[in-house]
Design a protein around this ligand. Sequence first.
Ligand code: IDP
Ligand code: MG
Length: 139
Amino acid sequence: MSGKLTFTMIKPDAVANGHIGKIIDHIIGKGFKIVAMKYTKLSEEKAGEFYGIHRERPFFKDLVSFMTSGPIVAAVLEKENAVADFRDVIGATDPTKATPGTIRNLYAKSIDANAVHGSDSDENAANEASFFFTAFERF
Ligand code: IDP
Ligand code: MG
């Protein structure tokens, strides 16, 4: 059984490029309900913790420095089959390989500055949502 929640961030590149509104509209248009949302900025410590699973990867330092380079929008999204459906909506990690019409195809510039985050499993979705939001911030 797949879960109904996923977690997303609109990354600093997409925020800086003025794409917040279009990306939120795109997400709602694909049938996702917003359960929680905030405009915030990650500290180095928070970004390192969030991306802890990538700590050993060669791009980890660049990833943390990019994710702390400006504000982000964090959100919890609800839909049947949320995790897999949202991965389809965002497209491949590398925007040059992302399917036409996906968020990364439309708004991302490079494999690191790739506009949005999307959880990769129900377990990570739950953990990532709790990392940013308390139960009282979800509606
Ligand atoms: P995902 O965001 O599509 O799930 P992951 O493999 O989980 O991709 O990687 C997390 C993030 O790390 C990516 O969204 C991207 O910002 C960055 N990243 C992944 N692979 C590379 C790379 O090869 N070079 C630079 N940054 C990368
Ligand atoms: Mg991932």
